[in-house]
Structures are given as C-alpha cells and as structure tokens.
Design a protein around this ligand. Structure first.
Ligand code: GLN
Length: 470
C-alpha cells in the first residue's frame, strides 16, 4: 500500500484509530490523486479542496466520501451534470449527507454522472467526460459513472451513487467496485434531486462489501422528510456479515435470463463460473422463474419518464439555474430556458413521460404499466419464498467504447438485469466477479427481498471471499 487514497473505508478507519495518519492526511492524498488523474479520467466535476481539508481538520477521525453531483451538500454545487443547474449552489444538506456526517464521514468532491441520472455511460453528462480507469477508450457505465471511476481509480476512499434502474450496479460492474442499491425506502431521498421518485435510491459504491455495509449503515434509516422511509431501526450490517458463508444459502438462478438478448460471451462465462463457485462453496442452486421480467424494460420506460417529466417540471427558468436570455414573454421564458438547459436524452424522457401521462393515453400506458409492475413484484415475492438470494449477470456486457452505442434503445438494454429488481423495490448488489477479454471488469448481481440488506451483504461478502480467496 503506497498511498492513503488506495485505502477503503475500513482500512482508513483502522489507520485513523491507531493514529497512523489523520483525516487531513487522507483528504490530502485523495486531492493529490484527483489532481494527478482527473485530467485523464474525469471522475470529478468539481472538488472544493479547501472545504474538504477544513472539514477533515474540524472532524478528526472522519473519512472523505465522493458525492454524485445530484446529492445536495450545503455550499457546494449540485449540477446534476446539466447546463440547467450549472452554477447552482445548494443551500442545505441532503439527509444522507447529514447522516453520513453523524457517522464520521465528510463529503469531498462532486463526481460526474449522466444528466439528471438518465443514461448508462455518463456520456449524457453535459459538463464533462468520464473515462473508464481500466480502459480510457471505454465508458465507466452510468449514470453513477463518476462515482464508479473515482472508486476504481483510487481517486477516493468510497463514493455515494444513486440507482433508479441500475445506475449504481452497472457502473460498479464496469469499474470493478462493489455497489449496493438499497430497498426502496431504506435510504432517505430528501435532498437528492429526483429522477423517478418511486424508484430512486442512494447507495454506497466501495472497494469492498464490508465498506458498503459500513457506508450503507451510516446513510440508511427513517427520515421525517421522506415518508417512504419506515421507522424500524437499521440493522447492524457489519454484524449481519460476520461469519457469512455460502453454506446452505438457497441461491436462485433465473431461467429466463440464460439466453437474454445481447449477452456477451465473457459475461455469460463469468456468471456461470460465479454460480459454480457458489455451488462448490455449499450454496444450493435453485432454478427460479421471473416470468414478467420480460416486460420490465417497457414498464420502466413508461414509469420512469412519467415521473421524470413531473419532477423536471420545476426547472422553468424562474426558480432554479438556467434562465434564457432569449425570452420575450413568460411562456418563451419557460420553453427557451428548458430547450437550452436540458440535453437530448433528458428531453426525450420528458417528451415520453408527458405523452404516457396525457389524458386519453394515461390508462393505456401509465395505468397499465403500474399493473404490470405489481406482477413483476409478485414474481419476486414468489421467488423469495423459495430462495434466500438471486444471482444474475449485472449488465449484459463489460464496459463498451465511448460513442459505441448511438441508439438509445441499445443503451437502455444495458439495464435489462437491474431494472426488474428496481421495479420490485427490493435490494440488490453488484460484486466484482472476474475479468473479460482486455482486462475489463465484470460484476454479478445479487438480489434479496425488500429490507433484507443484512442478507444481501452477507451473501455478497461470502461471494467476495470466494473470489478473493482464489
Ligand atoms: N440507465 C437507466 C436510465 O437511463 C437507469 C438510470 C438510473 O438508474 N439512474 O434510466
């Protein structure tokens, strides 16, 4: 270990406790890494070095965390990688930031993303390009691509991302990190710029499963400001992981996913090997069926844009961010500010969302999608009667080249395996599982029932031990 920025959360906390170094040393090392690598990798949009160093000095023993640029931190920019919010400075801390601070973490640096979290490659960022640290020609995944690249390139100790349909898990898979999408409601969304409010969750992106457990434990819990967060206490996730093993774990493998469209041969092999490894380590492999998963993409691309079109209506050139100079009256102020402020993918989602919600189409699209969503959720409920966890590929391919996926539909298909669990509201992780040709990382996804992060982390840790032990 040559530099402090290479440490994960656990190791950093141990070193701090022993007095081997200080939080200021840690932040300095992260800043050095940022200065050295960001021109190539572009993980960060901005880094307020002074604020991070001051916070570290004032909070001895704290660990810096990189924050996706849609989570509000008082006094920091929160651009959502959009021209719409360029120059915007947050007046308050999101609940996850407050919680994190109360548990000995400090926000340090703002990491890149797809504009308003819409995308799978971070190419939709309107404020900068992020490259995959494993191959600079390739994308880091998205929408939490900056978080994943920062973790993968040791430009931070750990990062926060958000996941609506796969945005923590797919970039984690592409950049060799651990990512956890908590169950819907596990983590407060207050102060997190909304994309699709019935799906959005904040989660950890880290260098190990243990670190993910620590950071999730810090941010999770009930919040008066988010009515979807239940009051029950957050379990001790580190404790839940103690002595975890694959022995006796009933592990579901989804019949329908075997021959999914666009599956890369290496991903197929690595997933197969992952299943075999778990079986050899004592897991009982159970074939399960999620028959309504085949409609998940269609359902997601009705529900998510519908909610996005409503959430993004607030960006009207009056209250936040970009205001057009070309406006001649109030209506053109709205239309021109939005036309200039939003990028192509965001506009596409707003148009789709407005369409599916319009009177005359509402029942045919949005209403029906909600019903199918219930069926998708019931498939998971039925599956979790028989299994403790489900193992699937995380994304159908390893990281692809920048510019390679021009067609939005092909881009959307990246989330084929992550979207069903998002719609069901259950929790899921991405854990590094191997490397494809060209040294490209590939993760697998574990899925557990709603609010079973304890089990999810235990199974993910057992799998990580298998991979690391080889
Ligand atoms: N890639 C998906 C989308 O574009 C998921 C994004 C996310 O989870 N934020 O909607």
């Amino acid at each position: 270990m040559s530099e402090l920025c290479e440490l994960g959360i656990r190791a950093a906390q141990e070193g701090l406790a022993k007095g081997d170094f200080t939080s200021v040393d840690l932040v300095r090392s992260v800043i050095e890494s940022y200065r050295r690598k960001n021109a190539d990798i572009g993980a960060y949009l901005t880094f307020d070095e002074e604020m991070a160093l001051k916070a570290a000095a004032e909070n001895p023993g704290s660990v810096p965390i990189a924050v996706k640029d849609l989570i509000n931190v008082a006094g920091q920019p929160c651009t959502c990688a959009s021209k719409m919010l360029e120059g915007y400075v947050s007046p308050y801390d999101a609940t996850v930031i407050k919680n994190m601070k109360a548990h000995g973490f400090i926000p340090a640096g703002r990491v890149n993303m797809d504009e308003f979290a819409m995308g799978s490659s971070t190419e939709n960022s309107r404020l900068g390009r992020t490259r995959n640290p494993y191959d600079l020609e390739r994308v880091p995944g998205g929408s939490s691509g900056g978080s994943a690249a920062a973790v993968g390139a040791d430009m931070c100790i750990a990062a926060l991302g958000t996941d609506t349909g796969g945005s923590i898990r797919q970039p984690a898979s592409f950049c060799n990190c651990v990512g956890v999408k908590p169950s819907y409601g596990r983590v407060s969304r207050f102060g997190v710029t909304a994309f699709a409010s019935s799906l959005d969750q904040v989660g950890p992106m880290t260098k190990s499963v243990e670190d993910a457990a620590i950071l999730l434990g810090a941010i999770a819990g009930h919040d008066e400001m988010d009515g979807t967060t239940p009051r029950d206490a957050v379990p001790d996730y580190l404790k839940a992981m103690e002595g975890s093993s694959m022995k006796g774990v009933r592990l579901g493998v989804v019949r329908e996913y075997e021959d999914a469209p666009g599956m890369d041969a290496d991903v197929k092999r690595i997933t197969r090997e992952a299943i075999d490894r778990c079986e050899r380590a004592g897991a009982e492999i159970v074939e399960i069926s999620l028959p309504h998963s085949q409609y998940a993409m269609a359902v997601y691309y009705i529900i998510a844009p519908a909610e996005a079109s409503a959430n993004l209506a607030r960006f009207d050139g009056v209250r936040y961010g970009h205001r057009s100079d070309m406006a001649t009256d109030v209506f053109s102020l709205y239309t021109k500010s939005r036309a200039e402020g939003f990028g192509a993918e965001v506009k596409r989602r707003i148009i789709m969302g407005t369409y599916v919600l319009s009177s005359g189409y509402y029942d045919a699209y949005y209403g029906r999608a909600q019903k199918v969503r219930t069926l998708i959720k019931r498939d998971f409920d039925a599956a979790f009667e028989k299994v403790d966890a489900i193992l699937t590929p995380c994304a159908p391919t390893p990281a692809f080249k920048a510019g390679e996926l021009q067609d939005p539909l092909t881009m959307y298909l990246n989330d084929l395996f992550t979207i069903p669990s998002s719609l069901a509201g259950v929790c899921a992780s991405s854990v590094p599982a191997g490397f494809a040709a060209g040294n490209l990382p590939v993760g697998v996804q574990f899925i557990c029932g709603g609010f079973r992060e304890d089990r999810l982390l235990a199974v993910s840790k057992a799998f990580e031990d298998l991979i690391k032990g080889e």
